[in-house]
Design a protein around this ligand. Structure first.
Ligand code: NAD
Length: 325
């Protein structure tokens, strides 16, 4: 079988490629434009079983051809990262709307199963934690750019469910909650790689806002295993699942733990969100998944705790430093 991962040179996509190669004899086809991904993320893989195509998911013909060569699709390519979305809203919206429509339309031709990577962002600024899949979403005004990402991902979900319903497309939607681990870049505002790099360099850790906001950090190894199991499980088709760890951590606690585990002398500095993202920026206080549906369907939920996540990221960053020296 040939399995397509759109966005396969990215953080989650490259870990998914590792996992699928380990777990099966399938060939992996990657479609990526390398905008936020890195070809180096796939360098360690057996090239006989991996084919990488440089292409843009906004190009319907490229997508049609590539999906046509695949027996299943993990659709992960997207414009990601709050900073990226706020700075490049038009490109982000087009990638996340047109790109997903191209993938779903192409997959519908042969009813090729699709996993759609969605996001906890679709819950918006709802305060009704923990979030379960059928809960209401609460968004701010369309003049606040960050909600464009949430509503684009929500529209992707509407599209996927409509393709499932009207075109009989086998599709599973996974709402990822702060997936973290080795290979994630801090370049687009992701908090764990940023804190670990700051702590290792002995710089202040920059906590946005007052740091009491909480997030549910999920190890990428758990996320890709769950992603694979969801697409393989026919009971999951046509359904939406939260893919996240159920224990939230405040950003202040995360910063403290990053300092402790790196044995760093760094201090914590609080920076107002508006200073980083502009006056109209809004940030939800809490993000926590209800994982009942995931547990009932697959029998397990993410297992790695925050210390394991931080230790894996620290080990990766420190071994890179040793190699670089
Ligand atoms: P990433 O930036 O590492 O991966 C995205 C990949 O898509 C990159 O390789 C990028 O080059 C590629 N890409 C972007 N635009 C493209 C285009 N127009 N054509 C082809 N390829 C394109 O980010 P990630 O964290 O691995 O995210 C993967 C998916 O998971 C995304 O759909 C994202 O929205 C979703 N997600 C991630 C998280 C998280 O915590 N990491 C949380 C929620 C949702």
């Amino acid at each position: 079988m040939s399995i397509l991962i759109t966005g396969g040179s990215g953080f989650i996509g490259s870990h998914l490629a590792d996992h699928l190669l380990d777990e099966s004899n399938d060939k992996i086809l990657v479609l990526d434009d390398f905008s936020t991904g890195d070809a180096g993320n796939l360098d360690h893989l057996d090239t006989d079983r991996v084919e990488v195509r440089d292409g843009d998911i906004r190009d319907a013909e490229t997508v049609r051809e590539t999906v046509g060569d695949a027996d299943a699709v993990y659709h992960l390519a997207a414009a990601v990262g709050v900073q990226n979305i706020v700075e490049n809203p038009l490109n982000s919206l087009k990638t996340n709307l047109e790109g997903t429509e191209n993938v779903l339309e192409a997959a519908a031709e042969d009813r090729t199963p699709v996993f759609l990577a969605s996001s906890s962002e679709v819950y918006g600024k709802s305060e009704d934690v923990p979030f379960s899949e059928s809960d209401d979403a609460v968004y701010g005004p369309t003049t606040t750019t960050r909600w464009g990402y949430a509503t684009a991902k929500a529209t992707d979900e509407f599209l996927a469910l409509a393709y499932a319903d009207e075109r009989d497309l086998p599709v599973v939607i996974g709402r990822y909650f702060n997936i973290v681990g080795p290979r994630q870049t801090g370049q687009y505002g992701m908090v764990i790689p940023t804190f670990v790099e700051q702590a290792l360099a002995g710089e202040d850790l920059t906590v946005y806002g007052d740091g009491t906001q909480t997030r549910s950090f999920t190890h990428v190894a758990d996320a890709v295993e769950l992603t694979h199991e969801l697409l393989e499980n026919e009971d999951a088709h046509g359904e939406i699942f939260n893919v996240g760890a159920p224990d939230p951590t405040s950003i202040n606690d995360l910063a403290d733990r990053a300092i402790e585990l790196t044995d760093s002398d760094s201090e914590i500095t609080h920076v107002p969100f508006e200073k980083v993202y502009g006056e109209d920026f809004e940030e939800p206080d809490q993000r926590e998944p209800d994982v009942t549906k995931l547990r009932e369907t697959l029998g397990w939920t993410p297992e790695a705790d925050l210390d394991r996540i931080l230790t894996d990221v620290i080990d990766e960053r420190t071994s890179e430093e040793v190699v670089a020296e």
